[in-house]
Design a protein around this ligand. Sequence first.
Ligand SMILES: Cc1cc2nc3c(=O)[nH]c(=O)nc-3n(C[C@H](O)[C@H](O)[C@H](O)COP(=O)(O)O)c2cc1C
Length: 216
Amino acid sequence: MRRMTSIFPPAPPLGSSMLPARASAEARKLIALRRSTSKRGLIAPGPSQEALNDFLTVAARVPDHRRLAPWRFLVFEGQARADFNERAVEIQKQENPEATETMLADTAGYFTRAPVVIAVISSPDVTHKTPVWEQELSCGAVCHNLLLTANASGWAGCWLTEWIAFSEGINTLLGLTEHERVAGYIYLGTAKENPHERLRPDLTSKIQRWTTEQAI
Ligand SMILES: Cc1cc2nc3c(=O)[nH]c(=O)nc-3n(C[C@H](O)[C@H](O)[C@H](O)COP(=O)(O)O)c2cc1C
């Protein structure tokens, strides 16, 4: 897999004239053919810290109503991944006494399934007039932008939640505040093998043209 080592273009000075669109065959191909890599299919190497900082800057360039930046990142690399796993197993035992040995063994390997894991935290300002729903959608856009940005730089990845995105104990471990939630864990690395095409929704049932006749 060819990797892009050069960093992304820096944001131009504030107020610069920008292109409203950038026709790009490569970008179209990237989006049309994007594919997640299975959680069991990611191996080392992963992006360097420098590359990752660059991805995160670019990934955060999402639509964001009233510029609240209602998200933040927690990066897990190296030993931090194993340390997280260990604590997560303890939390799972406390929160789910019925967790089987298999479930605990799975958790014990969660963050070491990839060289880099990024927890994308939805961090809405619940007192702001911008609805929380919109702030959360902006965070979802960050997750996908991050995956696409990593893919565009030659890294494989996937967006997972699993029980660790819905656990009070994990939220405390990660230092989340009352209204914060994990939007996703983005696992990044190298694909062990190429993923295969999967069934895609039939878009004919998903696209309608609205007309006034449909209005009640
Ligand atoms: C918010 C969110 C959470 C997800 N959580 C999981 C998960 O916990 N486990 C899983 O196997 N796939 C999960 N997925 C699905 C994968 O990220 C991926 O989309 C799926 O495997 C299909 O691959 P594709 O992205 O190439 O279509 C999640 C997707 C989203 C958007």
